[in-house]
Write a protein that binds this ligand. Structure first.
Ligand code: SF4
Length: 363
């Protein structure tokens, strides 16, 4: 089949095989790949709206026993630079976010074996009681598995306890590239691809919406990026709607043990476009502007993305690796409008939040 026919098929929702995905990703000219992805995005989400969520990430501890080589954030147990916030400190951060209209918080940190399940369930109960309009979209697969280990409980038991305390959904952090060879190089102490999928599957079966991420640009090949997409697509086939969104972002190599080079804007756009085309069963593709910046985030809206992600009022993990981008709500809205779209506020579950006013007036 010619590249043009393959692009036409993918643009109209035809499923790509792994080999076809690799071929399009490696060979299709950028603009044609982007045009097909944008066409597909408009088919899936007709109209001119681009959503965003008012959220923040609270990195409650940097102590971690997983030691990923790409991570500039973690500190070993006993390190003078290690910290763990008290519940009151976390609640202060939530208050700050809620006062700015946040509807979602991500409480995420290292895998700190000192923190037991009760520490989290008490915290989430407090957050849910004090800030009922804020969704707790928190913890990564690694943190869930860390809790299962220290408690000697199953993943289901941990997830049920967290859900009952107010954590209603699980972000897709910690996926990086779901290929064994890559994980052994960059996060050898994390579970393999099947282990990550298993936690997500269990969360989805408990009715917890999840997202899926991809951190690309470390040591993986381009073919392995498509393998990653394939892992996500297979689980979504098994559990339709289990993943609400896919969020690809690139590795930021500064202050890390692994080092390397940042992916280019060109590569970022190629990844977005092939993700939109390959993940034919996943509703939303998010422009993760935090690493490439808002200007690249605007271009991403023409390469398959229908969502501008979150305001991320605070965040440390990516910042410490060298990402310096920041944006206020007004900046996000302006970026969306300047690109020709209408900014719309959503929540964690992609409900439009008409009760939360835009930061900027409509023209
Ligand atoms: S990426 Fe997460 S799990 Fe890995 S070292 Fe950093 S904090 Fe720990």
């Amino acid at each position: 089949m010619s590249l043009a026919s393959l692009l036409d098929r993918a643009a109209t929702g035809g499923r790509l095989t792994y080999d076809e995905g690799v071929r399009l990703y490696l060979e299709a000219p950028l603009n044609e790949l982007g045009a097909a992805a944008h066409y597909r995005r408009l088919q899936m989400h007709p109209g001119n709206d681009v959503t965003y969520v008012i959220d923040t990430t609270i990195n409650y501890t940097n102590i971690c026993n997983v030691h990923c080589t790409f991570c500039a954030f973690f500190r070993h147990e006993g390190s003078k630079e290690g910290y763990t916030m008290s519940h009151d400190e976390v609640l202060e951060h939530v208050r700050f976010a809620a006062e700015q209209g946040a509807t979602q918080i991500m409480i995420q940190g290292g895998v700190n074996p000192e923190l037991r399940l009760e520490w989290f369930t008490q915290l989430f109960r407090e957050v849910a009681a004090q800030f009922p309009k804020v969704d707790i979209h928190s913890l990564s697969v690694s943190e869930i598995l860390g809790l299962a280990k220290v408690e000697g409980k199953s993943v289901e038991e941990i997830l049920i306890a967290l859900k009952e305390s107010g954590m209603k959904s699980l972000p897709g952090a910690g996926a990086e590239i779901l290929v064994d060879r890559v994980r052994k190089r960059i996060s050898a102490r994390k579970v393999g691809p099947e282990g990550w999928v298993d936690v997500m599957r269990k969360a989805q079966r408990l009715g917890m919406p999840t997202t899926a991420t991809m951190m690309f640009g470390s040591v993986e090949t381009k073919e392995e990026r498509i393998e990653h997409l394939d892992v996500i697509r297979r689980l979504q086939d098994e559990n339709p709607g289990g993943f609400t969104a896919f969020i690809p972002w690139y590795y930021v190599p500064y202050n890390t043990y692994l080092r390397g080079e940042e992916a280019s804007g060109y590569e970022y756009l190629r990844v977005l476009a092939i993700s939109r085309l390959y993940l034919d069963n996943l509703a939303h593709l998010q422009a993760s502007w935090l690493t490439p910046g808002l200007k690249m985030g605007q271009i991403a809206l023409f390469y398959g993305c229908d969502d501008m992600g979150g305001t991320i009022l605070e965040e440390q993990v990516v910042k410490l690796a060298g990402a310096t981008n920041q944006a206020k709500r007004a900046d996000l809205e302006r970026a969306i409008r300047d690109a020709g779209f209408n900014p719309v506020i959503r929540d964690t579950y992609w409900n439009v939040r008409g009760d939360v006013a835009l930061a900027t007036a409509t023209a």
